[in-house]
Design a protein around this ligand. Structure first.
Ligand code: GRF
Length: 214
């Protein structure tokens, strides 16, 4: 069975969407561990409720380069212990070291709430609205050393309305994320995703939520 580890720092709604899809048999995989760096984060309770081993490795105050290296090495060891096939970042709000990224290269994915390469980083929805974009969305990508810049696996888009606030846009994008991420993880588990240089090929018909209206 294809083995997933999920890393998150927040509410864990993307983890939940993946866990639910696994539960419904839509992803031929099992979540063997959830890792969290923030005490009390919602993702921990969600993992517990799903009966998935959850591990808190607090990162607060760990900022010096050497301490960060040690933190990432410990995290990488704990993940490797579980012999995972894919590491899924789902709201993991901490930059990972080059060593960590290299160790899980090609087996490490992230979701970002914009249509990359537009609007990497934080405060995405505020920036999208301030720029006057008419379309936004979300991107699932392989993780590379540079933040939010790895090879794109799939994207889904949503409209932006004049009346939107950062919150209303975030909610709409979240809805798209909850469809896109389980679909991508399913394709990876099925072996349908190939990385060719910086371009990713997915050997599957695109689902309706990935196809912009024409
Ligand atoms: C999502 O918007 C994701 O794109 C970003 O962090 C957020 C996590 O949300 N990387 P949740 O914890 O999955 O609800």
């Amino acid at each position: 069975m294809f083995r997933l580890a999920v890393l998150g720092s927040g509410t864990g709604s993307n983890y939940q969407a993946i866990q639910d899809a696994v539960g419904r048999g839509e992803i031929p995989a099992q979540v063997v561990g959830v890792f969290c760096n923030v005490a009390g984060a919602g993702i921990l309770a969600r993992a517990e409720a799903a009966g998935v081993p959850a591990r808190l490795i607090p990162s607060r105050g760990i900022a010096a380069p050497e301490a960060r290296q040690r933190y990432d090495a410990e995290l990488a060891e704990r993940i490797a212990d579980l012999e995972v096939d894919l590491v899924v970042l789902a709201g993991w709000m901490r930059l990972l070291s080059a060593e960590f990224v290299a160790r899980f290269s090609g087996r490490l994915v992230n979701i970002h709430p914009s249509l990359l390469p537009a609007f990497p980083g934080l405060r995405v929805h505020e920036s999208v609205l301030a720029y006057g974009c008419k379309v936004s969305g979300c991107t699932v990508h392989f993780v590379s050393e540079e933040m939010d810049a790895g090879p794109i696996i799939a994207q889904a888009c949503v409209p932006v309305f004049h009346s939107d606030t950062p919150e209303s846009l975030a909610n709409r994008v979240h809805g798209a994320e909850h469809k896109l991420y389980p679909w991508v993880v399913r394709q990876i588990a099925l072996g349908a995703v190939r990385l060719r240089g910086r371009v990713v090929e997915v050997d599957a018909e695109l689902p309706p939520f990935c196809v912009p209206a024409s």
